[in-house]
Design a protein around this ligand. Structure first.
Ligand SMILES: [Zn+2]
Length: 285
Protein backbone atom coordinates (compact mmCIF):
# COMPACT_ATOMS: atom_id res chain seq x y z
CA UNK A 1 0.00 0.00 0.00
CA UNK A 2 3.02 2.31 0.18
CA UNK A 3 3.13 4.93 -2.54
CA UNK A 4 6.24 6.07 -4.39
CA UNK A 5 5.63 9.72 -3.67
CA UNK A 6 4.51 11.95 -0.84
CA UNK A 7 1.83 14.56 -1.42
CA UNK A 8 0.12 15.85 1.72
CA UNK A 9 -1.59 19.16 2.39
CA UNK A 10 -2.69 20.59 5.70
CA UNK A 11 -5.06 23.42 6.50
CA UNK A 12 -3.28 26.24 8.36
CA UNK A 13 -5.10 27.95 11.26
CA UNK A 14 -4.05 31.04 13.26
CA UNK A 15 -2.67 28.70 15.96
CA UNK A 16 0.07 27.65 13.50
CA UNK A 17 3.48 29.29 13.99
CA UNK A 18 5.91 29.42 11.11
CA UNK A 19 8.78 29.36 13.62
CA UNK A 20 7.65 25.87 14.82
CA UNK A 21 7.89 24.60 11.26
CA UNK A 22 11.25 26.29 10.73
CA UNK A 23 12.82 24.77 13.83
CA UNK A 24 11.50 21.32 12.85
CA UNK A 25 12.88 21.64 9.31
CA UNK A 26 16.24 22.90 10.53
CA UNK A 27 16.65 19.64 12.48
CA UNK A 28 16.60 17.89 9.10
CA UNK A 29 19.01 20.41 7.52
CA UNK A 30 16.34 21.85 5.22
CA UNK A 31 17.37 24.56 2.78
CA UNK A 32 15.11 27.58 2.47
CA UNK A 33 14.55 28.72 -1.12
CA UNK A 34 13.19 31.92 -2.62
CA UNK A 35 9.38 31.56 -3.03
CA UNK A 36 8.40 31.33 -6.70
CA UNK A 37 5.14 33.28 -6.48
CA UNK A 38 3.53 35.94 -4.34
CA UNK A 39 1.19 33.29 -2.85
CA UNK A 40 4.04 31.25 -1.44
CA UNK A 41 4.98 32.45 2.03
CA UNK A 42 7.77 29.93 2.42
CA UNK A 43 9.60 27.29 0.36
CA UNK A 44 11.96 24.65 1.74
CA UNK A 45 13.77 21.68 0.24
CA UNK A 46 14.54 18.80 2.52
CA UNK A 47 15.47 15.17 1.79
CA UNK A 48 13.77 15.00 -1.61
CA UNK A 49 10.71 16.87 -0.31
CA UNK A 50 9.49 20.33 -1.22
CA UNK A 51 7.60 22.08 1.57
CA UNK A 52 5.46 25.06 0.58
CA UNK A 53 3.66 27.34 2.99
CA UNK A 54 0.68 29.34 1.72
CA UNK A 55 -1.66 31.56 3.70
CA UNK A 56 -4.16 28.78 4.36
CA UNK A 57 -2.32 25.60 3.39
CA UNK A 58 0.94 23.82 3.95
CA UNK A 59 2.01 21.29 1.31
CA UNK A 60 4.70 18.59 1.42
CA UNK A 61 5.51 16.91 -1.89
CA UNK A 62 8.27 14.71 -3.17
CA UNK A 63 9.94 11.35 -2.96
CA UNK A 64 8.74 8.73 -0.54
CA UNK A 65 11.75 7.98 1.66
CA UNK A 66 11.80 6.88 5.28
CA UNK A 67 13.20 10.25 6.38
CA UNK A 68 10.58 12.00 4.23
CA UNK A 69 7.84 10.01 5.96
CA UNK A 70 9.36 10.86 9.33
CA UNK A 71 9.39 14.59 8.46
CA UNK A 72 5.74 14.45 7.37
CA UNK A 73 4.79 12.75 10.64
CA UNK A 74 6.70 15.38 12.62
CA UNK A 75 4.96 18.18 10.70
CA UNK A 76 1.63 16.53 11.53
CA UNK A 77 2.32 17.08 15.24
CA UNK A 78 2.74 20.87 14.88
CA UNK A 79 0.08 23.11 16.39
CA UNK A 80 -2.54 24.68 14.19
CA UNK A 81 -2.51 22.21 11.28
CA UNK A 82 -5.48 20.15 10.18
CA UNK A 83 -6.05 17.48 7.53
CA UNK A 84 -9.16 16.50 5.64
CA UNK A 85 -10.28 12.89 5.21
CA UNK A 86 -8.39 12.41 1.95
CA UNK A 87 -5.07 13.63 3.35
CA UNK A 88 -5.69 11.68 6.54
CA UNK A 89 -5.90 8.44 4.52
CA UNK A 90 -2.77 9.40 2.63
CA UNK A 91 -0.97 9.98 5.94
CA UNK A 92 -2.13 6.62 7.28
CA UNK A 93 -0.91 4.86 4.12
CA UNK A 94 2.48 6.58 4.52
CA UNK A 95 3.12 5.67 8.11
CA UNK A 96 5.86 3.17 8.80
CA UNK A 97 4.65 -0.30 9.75
CA UNK A 98 4.52 -0.72 13.51
CA UNK A 99 4.51 -3.92 15.47
CA UNK A 100 2.05 -3.96 18.37
CA UNK A 101 0.74 -0.41 18.11
CA UNK A 102 -2.79 0.40 19.20
CA UNK A 103 -4.88 1.95 16.43
CA UNK A 104 -7.21 4.89 17.01
CA UNK A 105 -10.69 3.80 15.88
CA UNK A 106 -11.47 7.36 14.83
CA UNK A 107 -8.44 8.54 12.87
CA UNK A 108 -6.59 5.28 12.23
CA UNK A 109 -3.31 6.62 13.65
CA UNK A 110 -0.93 4.45 15.66
CA UNK A 111 -1.30 5.06 19.37
CA UNK A 112 1.23 4.14 22.03
CA UNK A 113 -0.30 6.10 24.89
CA UNK A 114 -3.79 6.47 26.35
CA UNK A 115 -4.11 9.16 29.01
CA UNK A 116 -6.77 9.35 31.70
CA UNK A 117 -8.12 12.56 33.13
CA UNK A 118 -10.93 13.67 35.44
CA UNK A 119 -13.75 15.18 33.42
CA UNK A 120 -16.35 16.68 35.80
CA UNK A 121 -17.74 13.73 37.73
CA UNK A 122 -16.33 11.21 35.32
CA UNK A 123 -13.06 9.73 34.17
CA UNK A 124 -12.19 10.21 30.54
CA UNK A 125 -9.57 8.45 28.45
CA UNK A 126 -7.93 9.87 25.37
CA UNK A 127 -5.58 8.44 22.78
CA UNK A 128 -2.42 10.46 22.23
CA UNK A 129 -3.92 11.70 18.94
CA UNK A 130 -6.58 13.42 21.05
CA UNK A 131 -9.53 11.17 20.28
CA UNK A 132 -11.59 9.67 23.04
CA UNK A 133 -11.13 6.00 23.83
CA UNK A 134 -13.83 4.23 25.86
CA UNK A 135 -11.18 1.67 26.96
CA UNK A 136 -13.60 -1.21 26.50
CA UNK A 137 -12.79 -4.25 24.43
CA UNK A 138 -11.96 -4.67 21.67
CA UNK A 139 -8.83 -2.57 21.40
CA UNK A 140 -7.73 -2.27 17.81
CA UNK A 141 -4.13 -3.26 17.48
CA UNK A 142 -1.61 -3.66 14.71
CA UNK A 143 -0.07 -7.12 14.51
CA UNK A 144 2.47 -8.04 11.84
CA UNK A 145 4.10 -10.98 13.53
CA UNK A 146 3.93 -14.29 11.69
CA UNK A 147 5.07 -17.65 12.97
CA UNK A 148 5.58 -20.54 10.52
CA UNK A 149 5.42 -24.17 11.59
CA UNK A 150 8.19 -26.66 10.81
CA UNK A 151 6.65 -27.89 7.55
CA UNK A 152 6.29 -24.39 6.16
CA UNK A 153 10.00 -23.77 6.81
CA UNK A 154 10.87 -27.14 5.32
CA UNK A 155 8.86 -26.45 2.17
CA UNK A 156 10.85 -23.21 1.65
CA UNK A 157 7.61 -21.67 0.43
CA UNK A 158 7.67 -18.82 2.95
CA UNK A 159 10.73 -17.16 1.41
CA UNK A 160 9.33 -17.82 -2.07
CA UNK A 161 6.05 -16.14 -1.21
CA UNK A 162 7.91 -13.18 0.27
CA UNK A 163 9.86 -12.89 -2.99
CA UNK A 164 6.54 -13.02 -4.84
CA UNK A 165 5.47 -9.94 -2.88
CA UNK A 166 3.50 -11.40 0.02
CA UNK A 167 4.06 -10.81 3.74
CA UNK A 168 5.72 -7.49 3.01
CA UNK A 169 7.01 -5.75 6.15
CA UNK A 170 5.99 -8.63 8.39
CA UNK A 171 8.00 -9.91 11.31
CA UNK A 172 8.79 -13.62 11.02
CA UNK A 173 9.12 -15.16 14.45
CA UNK A 174 11.30 -18.26 14.77
CA UNK A 175 11.04 -19.80 18.26
CA UNK A 176 14.12 -21.70 19.37
CA UNK A 177 11.86 -24.62 20.38
CA UNK A 178 11.30 -25.16 16.69
CA UNK A 179 15.02 -25.12 15.95
CA UNK A 180 15.81 -27.49 18.82
CA UNK A 181 13.10 -29.92 17.66
CA UNK A 182 14.53 -29.94 14.16
CA UNK A 183 17.99 -30.59 15.60
CA UNK A 184 16.79 -33.56 17.62
CA UNK A 185 14.07 -35.18 15.59
CA UNK A 186 14.34 -33.99 12.02
CA UNK A 187 18.06 -34.03 11.31
CA UNK A 188 17.29 -34.91 7.68
CA UNK A 189 15.55 -31.54 7.22
CA UNK A 190 18.17 -29.51 9.04
CA UNK A 191 20.04 -28.26 5.99
CA UNK A 192 16.83 -27.34 4.13
CA UNK A 193 15.58 -25.37 7.12
CA UNK A 194 18.98 -23.68 7.54
CA UNK A 195 18.90 -22.63 3.88
CA UNK A 196 15.38 -21.26 4.34
CA UNK A 197 16.46 -19.28 7.42
CA UNK A 198 19.47 -17.92 5.55
CA UNK A 199 17.17 -16.84 2.73
CA UNK A 200 14.80 -15.15 5.20
CA UNK A 201 17.78 -13.28 6.68
CA UNK A 202 18.77 -12.25 3.17
CA UNK A 203 15.24 -10.91 2.60
CA UNK A 204 15.57 -9.04 5.89
CA UNK A 205 18.68 -7.30 4.51
CA UNK A 206 16.62 -6.16 1.53
CA UNK A 207 14.06 -4.72 3.93
CA UNK A 208 11.28 -7.13 2.92
CA UNK A 209 10.64 -8.67 6.34
CA UNK A 210 12.12 -8.78 9.83
CA UNK A 211 13.33 -12.05 11.28
CA UNK A 212 13.10 -12.43 15.01
CA UNK A 213 14.27 -15.37 17.06
CA UNK A 214 12.61 -16.06 20.37
CA UNK A 215 13.91 -17.96 23.40
CA UNK A 216 10.64 -19.59 24.42
CA UNK A 217 11.95 -21.78 27.26
CA UNK A 218 9.85 -24.82 26.28
CA UNK A 219 11.54 -28.21 26.77
CA UNK A 220 11.76 -30.28 23.65
CA UNK A 221 9.80 -33.54 23.72
CA UNK A 222 11.63 -36.48 25.35
CA UNK A 223 10.99 -38.89 22.48
CA UNK A 224 10.08 -38.89 18.83
CA UNK A 225 6.58 -40.16 19.75
CA UNK A 226 6.08 -37.25 22.11
CA UNK A 227 7.45 -34.90 19.50
CA UNK A 228 4.80 -36.07 17.01
CA UNK A 229 2.06 -35.42 19.57
CA UNK A 230 3.36 -32.23 21.17
CA UNK A 231 4.85 -30.33 18.28
CA UNK A 232 1.69 -28.53 17.13
CA UNK A 233 0.19 -27.68 20.55
CA UNK A 234 3.49 -26.28 21.82
CA UNK A 235 4.03 -24.20 18.68
CA UNK A 236 0.49 -22.88 19.09
CA UNK A 237 1.23 -22.06 22.75
CA UNK A 238 4.23 -20.06 21.57
CA UNK A 239 2.07 -18.33 18.94
CA UNK A 240 -0.37 -17.41 21.74
CA UNK A 241 2.37 -16.07 24.02
CA UNK A 242 3.97 -14.03 21.23
CA UNK A 243 0.62 -13.00 19.68
CA UNK A 244 1.71 -14.33 16.31
CA UNK A 245 -0.34 -15.16 13.26
CA UNK A 246 0.34 -18.84 12.70
CA UNK A 247 1.19 -20.15 9.21
CA UNK A 248 0.64 -23.78 8.43
CA UNK A 249 -0.10 -26.08 5.50
CA UNK A 250 -1.40 -28.80 7.83
CA UNK A 251 -5.20 -29.09 8.04
CA UNK A 252 -5.20 -30.48 11.60
CA UNK A 253 -2.92 -27.75 12.79
CA UNK A 254 -5.13 -25.14 11.13
CA UNK A 255 -8.17 -26.61 12.90
CA UNK A 256 -6.38 -26.61 16.27
CA UNK A 257 -5.41 -22.98 15.75
CA UNK A 258 -8.93 -21.82 14.86
CA UNK A 259 -10.39 -23.82 17.78
CA UNK A 260 -8.28 -21.82 20.20
CA UNK A 261 -8.93 -18.54 18.34
CA UNK A 262 -5.36 -18.20 17.17
CA UNK A 263 -5.33 -16.33 13.84
CA UNK A 264 -3.91 -18.63 11.20
CA UNK A 265 -2.92 -18.40 7.55
CA UNK A 266 -3.63 -21.74 5.92
CA UNK A 267 -1.58 -22.63 2.86
CA UNK A 268 -3.68 -25.13 0.95
CA UNK A 269 -2.45 -28.16 -0.94
CA UNK A 270 -2.58 -26.52 -4.39
CA UNK A 271 -0.61 -23.51 -3.14
CA UNK A 272 1.97 -25.74 -1.45
CA UNK A 273 2.38 -27.71 -4.67
CA UNK A 274 2.62 -24.76 -7.06
CA UNK A 275 4.50 -22.03 -5.18
CA UNK A 276 7.91 -23.29 -6.29
CA UNK A 277 6.91 -23.28 -9.98
CA UNK A 278 5.24 -19.87 -9.68
CA UNK A 279 8.36 -18.56 -7.98
CA UNK A 280 10.62 -19.91 -10.74
CA UNK A 281 8.41 -18.37 -13.42
CA UNK A 282 8.02 -14.99 -11.80
CA UNK A 283 11.41 -14.29 -10.27
CA UNK A 284 14.07 -14.31 -13.01
CA UNK A 285 17.71 -15.25 -12.29
ZN1 LIG B 1 -7.28 9.51 16.74
Amino acid sequence: MSSSSINISWGVSPRFYRSDLESLLSRYAAVENQPKSEYELGLWKVNGLTIKLYKETLVAQGRNTSTGVEIVHEIKKLNGLSVDQKNQSKLIALRPVAQNALICSQCGEYVYLINSSIDGLDISFKNECGHRNNVNAPFLMSVNRLMPDINILKSRNLSRMIELGFFDNCEILIPDYLMRCIDHYMSGSKSTVSEELAQLRELEKWGKVKVKTFKDGFDIPASREEFNIDEDPILLDIADITNSIFITADINCKDQATLRNRPVIFIDHETTKNTKILHELRTPS
